[in-house]
Design a protein. Structure first.
Lengths: 265, 273
């Protein structure tokens, strides 16, 4: 009896949390896409500076990580393909798994670590130091002012970063291809392009867009939930990272399943 | 009382105001009026509910029942759009200043103007300089809040609260965390604002010296109830035991019975905000 009520309790809490996220994302989307047509101009300068932070500054570390991931993928698939005497398929394996899955996912995880946590910490600190209250008493909506620029930056930057990550991953694979599988760089890239359909890239980008929405919503929501005290900011930041990773994987699962059945027929 | 003629007009009117966090009621039916152009000091110990009262007055907390009348509107029953319209006519200076750390002092003061007015940038710049000058921070436009001392932060926060030329100015613990000299400076600033603009000023504090310096009238809040209200001199000579205890800084009596102690713990452990 106690167990069922506990399970019921956590399910309700979880649903309430998702509801909170959805409402936050919905309001951010409203301020991004609808409000500009109702005379409330978009905060472009703030969005651009967020975009720099979220996107451009992430490039070095993201490049390095996805390059290595591409190389690892090549090594791992070569291990099996070599036995089949099909080493040239390494290019296909790397290209498809990067664009369809690992490009968007690794990008999302890097962005969670860099920006999702930063969102929670920034908004959480503002909450603790009464800056959010100050915004409200100045008749400025915290969501409009703080969340919308981040939201806009994320939904633009995450797909861009994903395209970059895909290319770096393929380059990583090419290093193996050139060194071990008798490719030239040009032939490896040609083989990768031949293996890819537009569909592979687009599904990856759709996922990355959804990841961007998820990461922004969780980071900002956790920030806004921060209670009183500095230690609460740490707690929010940790939770933002853990919950973001979990929800990104969940969203990934949902969309991958969807794409699987959509292309099955 | 020089300002009797001006004070005839009521600015804010509280009627049986109750505020709860969850199922814990913090304010148990508060009623009083604030007159135009007076400085009202809300006194009270930690956990008395005075900060909650202030937060309710600026619309950060919703009352569970009762009425707050301001500019002909009942704040307890208006939409958030209407509340935002009222908020453009009030200014609030927070305890720690609550300046935005990512913006310069000048940008902080300019923010409400940029958000709510269509003024030219050059005009906004002039207003910002003017407001900073008023609080004694002329020339600090390009400093970051982190580069300011505690007292300067508080002054900058007042400049930001003044940006929209509010009718009512709220202060949360203006002298908290400041050394006596700097705190006296902030009191002086409040007195100057009062003299220069005939603004309605509401100050929440537990600093007695500062309260008697700036107040026209005082309200003493204890455990979520109004204990006493009246002009500062009347308050000073009050014989109400709770007022005397507060003004004479007498410690809570020793706890004789565990049950009383428990009750005390459950009643006053809630932090002020």
């Amino acid at each position: 009896m106690e167990l069922t009520s506990q399970i019921g309790g956590s399910v309700t809490d979880g649903l309430a949390y998702l509801g909170g996220l959805a409402s936050l994302a919905g309001r951010a989307a409203y301020f991004t896409f609808v409000a500009p047509f109702r005379g409330k101009p978009l905060r472009l300068p703030r969005a651009v500076s967020q975009g720099m932070q979220v996107g451009v500054r992430a490039l070095p570390i993201l490049s390095l990580i996805t390059f290595f991931i591409g190389l690892i993928l090549a090594l791992q698939s070569a291990y099996e393909l070599r036995r089949l005497g099909a080493l040239t398929f390494v290019a296909n394996a790397v290209a498809i798994s990067m664009t369809r899955e690992l490009g968007p996912l690794i990008t999302a995880i890097v962005v969670i670590g860099r920006s999702g946590s930063a969102f929670a910490a920034e908004i959480g600190t503002m909450k603790v130091s009464e800056e959010i209250d100050a915004l409200e008493t100045m008749a400025i909506q915290p969501i409009d002012f703080l969340v919308t620029p981040k939201f806009l930056a994320m939904i633009v930057m995450l797909p861009c970063l994903t395209i970059w990550a895909n290319s770096m991953g393929i380059l990583g694979g090419a290093l193996f291809g050139v060194a071990q599988a008798d490719f030239t760089l040009a032939r490896y890239i040609q083989a990768s392009l031949d293996a890819l359909f537009l569909r592979d890239i687009v599904t990856g980008l759709v996922k990355s867009l959804m990841f961007g929405v998820t990461i922004t919503a969780v980071g900002c929501y956790e920030g806004l939930l921060t209670g009183a005290g500095a230690e609460q900011v740490g707690r929010s930041t940790t939770r933002a990272v853990v919950v973001s990773i979990f929800l990104v994987i969940l969203v990934d699962l949902v969309f991958t399943t969807l794409f699987f059945f959509m292309s099955g027929r | 009382m020089v300002q009797t003629a001006q004070q005839a007009e009521t600015m804010i009117s509280l009627r049986n105001l109750r505020v709860s966090y969850g199922d814990r009621e913090i304010l148990h039916g508060i009623s009083f009026d604030v007159m135009r152009a007076e400085t009202l000091v809300i006194l009270g110990g930690s956990g008395s509910g005075k900060s909650t009262l202030l937060r309710t007055l600026v619309g950060l907390e919703r009352p569970s029942s009762g009425e707050i009348w301001l500019r002909g509107k009942n704040l307890a029953a208006i939409s958030s759009q209407e509340m935002d319209e009222i908020r453009k006519r009030i200014g609030m200076s927070f305890q720690g200043g609550a300046l935005f750390g990512s913006m310069t002092v000048g940008e902080n003061v300019a923010l409400p103007l940029r958000e709510h007015t269509k003024l030219e940038d050059s005009t906004i710049e002039i207003i910002v300089r003017l407001k900073l000058d008023q609080v004694g921070l002329a020339g600090f436009e390009n400093y970051m809040p982190s580069q300011l001392s505690g007292g300067m932060k508080k002054r900058a926060a007042v400049a930001r609260a003044l940006a929209m030329d509010p009718e009512i100015l709220f202060f949360d613990e203006p002298s908290a965390g400041l050394d006596p000299i700097i705190a006296a400076g902030v009191d002086q600033l409040i007195l100057e604002l009062k003299k220069a603009f005939h603004m309605t000023i509401i100050v929440v504090t537990h600093e007695l010296a500062s309260a008697f310096l700036i107040a026209d009238r005082m309200v003493l809040i204890d455990k979520g109830n109004v204990v006493a209200i009246g002009p500062a001199e009347e308050m000073r000579s009050s014989t109400h035991p709770r007022v005397r205890q507060f003004l004479d800084r007498v410690a809570e009596p020793e706890v004789a019975q565990e049950l009383d102690y428990l009750q005390m713990l459950t009643e006053i452990t809630r932090p002020g905000r």
